[in-house]
Write a protein that binds this ligand. Structure first.
Ligand SMILES: [Zn+2]
Length: 190
């Protein structure tokens, strides 16, 4: 058997497994592809196995980047300690990691009308690059981008100001929102 020439992206397989594909057409395309493709079906089984251990992965600090609402719901249902920070465009929000936190999710709200995908770029002090996620799918006038970071990683950060920017992807990128996290370093254990 030839390897798959048009593999379904991991993020879509994970969303399919978590039942987060709101787009019925995409759901049908994925199902048709899986029906015909042994490669991608095998990957879906691996994804399902990974999903069952998702909370374990979170506790190991291995879940980072953009997560879908379905994955977030699943983490919370499975008992992971998720700390959320919600930001609207232009907002500055203080953030910190507390004992017992497994993962920190920064939820960025914006008006994504007419926009399919965005780029999230995060900069630290003196515009130093801190993180970047490309081609993040978004939808709707009251959409959200969920950016996850392992608590274990953030505990190591000094106090600092992080600036997050969402820009539409495409030929004429437009800034959709700018947000600031004022991160306070955790109080060291006494
Ligand atoms: Zn395939």
């Amino acid at each position: 058997m030839l390897p798959c020439q048009t593999p379904i992206p991991d993020a879509i397989l994970l969303d399919y497994w978590a039942r987060d594909l709101h787009d019925g057409e995409e759901m049908n395309r994925v199902e048709e592809h899986l029906f015909a493709c042994g490669d991608c079906s095998a990957r879906l089984h691996q994804t399902a196995a990974l999903g069952a251990g998702l909370t374990a992965l979170v506790r190991q600090g291995r879940v980072s980047g953009i997560v879908s609402r379905a994955i977030l719901n699943r983490l919370q249902r499975d008992g992971a300690h998720v700390r959320m920070f919600w930001l609207a465009p232009g907002e500055t929000v203080p953030c910190a990691v507390f004992p017992g936190d497994d993962v920190i999710v920064t939820a960025l709200r914006a008006d994504f009308s007419g926009v399919d995908t965005v780029t999230l770029s995060v900069t630290g002090p003196d515009d130093s690059p801190f993180g970047r996620c490309d081609d993040v799918p978004v939808s709707g006038p009251r959409g959200e981008v969920l950016w996850a970071n392992p608590a274990a990683l953030l505990r190591q950060l000094p106090s600092m100001r992080l600036e997050l920017t969402l820009t539409s992807t495409g030929a004429a990128p437009t800034e959709l929102g700018r947000y600031v996290l004022e991160h306070s370093a955790s109080t060291p254990p006494i």
